[in-house]
Design a protein around this ligand. Structure first.
Ligand SMILES: O=C(O)/C=C/C(=O)CC(=O)CC(=O)O
Ligand SMILES: [Ca+2]
Ligand SMILES: [Mg+2]
Length: 388
């Protein structure tokens, strides 16, 4: 038997307990919980964790999530079977849940204003709808990939303003978007919207998202139906799903919402999360986006996503949209950080704008836990490979 050592300042202490799917050489993927620098195999608790995805457990519902979290706390506070404890560096981490549908919002006022200025110079940066509804689009669930997956530079149609006609080729303006993703645990039937107060019952947890974006493909294709191939080639997510139950101490009020939203979006106290994100580009931190600045709350996003009666399912992933703060070094995409490529940032002494082949981007985050502690989200990483 082993006792898992948990240093007091660990980002993965008893207040966190995020779930992931792992395997060791020669074994099948199964669900584990991260405790300090170890992964504890949860099949010792229940057969539902023998699945290679979190979905069967998430589908069991909120009361079970609460109960199992208590049992995990007891389990890892005592002596655990040696065979169930693995150093995190010795396991392979997989996609933690089977992604049902994927939606991406646009909930940062700072990001939306910056992109408005960059994509539509000369017009109002925010569209007239922006402060009345959380703008979003349906993405491609099948290309959501686990952290560490290499990203092949996409090819497609590009038409820079200086060219008379479009051409086909590798994207020259490959970018990142640092986002926070929410995972639906229990779905809702067709025809029944999820109320703005039902978020806590239905949403299981939170991951970090890198919504890779080919800005040249996007700029040419997006009118009038929105993002399509410029974003659907890959979206990376972090391996650990931090339970919403671990984030009570991280809740903060959203910035004031004016005008008051319509009744179905009206939360008594709209809340966001006090997450500090960090973006590192080839090992150098270039930005620290604050999630607390996000205008729309996650509960408003889910209410809006289902208000027309669209069903939701276990494993649905909805991402916040790029997290950007008011300051330059708080911008969550390189198109913003370098102002469309016009204002390079220095990375390891070199002026950089968009991603080059071989570049690696790591997005991480922490949030306040109970007094004196912080909760870690781990990392979402990806390296750019040359176009095929
Ligand atoms: O304003 C536009 O035309 C484009 C916006 C985006 O690319 C943003 C997007 O995918 C949503 C987000 O991440 O905030
Ligand atoms: Ca996005
Ligand atoms: Mg994407």
């Amino acid at each position: 038997m082993t006792r898992v050592a948990i240093p007091e300042d660990s980002l993965f202490g008893l207040a966190n307990l995020p779930y992931g799917v792992f395997s060791t050489p020669g074994t099948r993927p199964r669900v584990g919980v991260r405790v300090a620098d170890s992964v504890v195999d949860l099949t010792v608790l229940d057969d539902v964790f023998a699945a290679p995805y979190l979905n069967p457990f998430m589908a069991q519902g909120h009361a079970r999530w609460v109960e199992v979290r208590e049992r995990i706390r007891d389990l890892v506070s005592g002596d655990v079977d040696d065979a169930a404890v693995h150093p995190v560096d010795a396991v392979t981490l997989h996609l933690p849940f089977e992604v049902a549908d994927y939606v991406d919002f646009y909930a940062s006022e700072h990001h939306a204003s910056n992109l408005g200025r960059l994509f539509r110079p000369g017009s109002e940066p925010l569209q007239p709808n922006w402060k009345h509804l959380p703008v979003g689009y349906h993405g491609r669930a099948g290309t959501v990939v686990p952290s560490g997956t290499d990203i092949v530079r996409p090819s497609g149609q590009r038409k820079p303003p200086s060219d008379a006609a479009p051409s086909y080729g590798a994207s020259r303006r490959l970018d990142i978007e640092a986002e926070v993703g929410f995972v639906v645990g229990t779905g809702s039937p067709l025809g029944t919207p999820v109320g703005v107060d039902d978020f806590g019952e239905r949403v299981f947890g939170v991951v970090l998202v890198n919504d890779w974006s080919a800005r040249d493909i996007q700029a040419w294709e997006y009118v009038p139906l929105g993002p399509f191939l410029g974003k659907s080639f890959a979206t990376s997510i972090s391996p650990w799903v931090v339970p919403l139950l671990a984030l009570e101490s991280a809740r903060v009020a959203t910035p004031p919402q004016d005008p008051e939203p319509l009744p179905y979006l009206r939360e008594k106290n709209p809340w966001g999360l006090d997450l500090d994100l960090s973006i590192s580009w080839n090992g150098q931190v270039v930005s620290r986006p604050p999630y607390r600045e996000m205008y729309w709350s996650p509960a408003q996003m889910l209410a809006h996503l289902t208000v027309n009666g669209a069903s939701s399912r276990t494993g649905d992933l909805f991402a916040s949209g790029t997290v950007s703060g008011p300051d330059r070094d708080q911008r969550g995409a390189f198109i913003e950080l370098t102002w469309g490529g016009a204002e390079p940032v220095e990375v390891n002494g070199e002026p950089r704008t968009f991603l080059e082949d071989g570049d690696e981007v790591v997005i991480s985050a922490t949030a306040p836990g109970p007094p004196g502690t912080r909760i870690g989200f781990g990392e979402v990483t990806g390296r750019v490979l040359p176009a095929r």
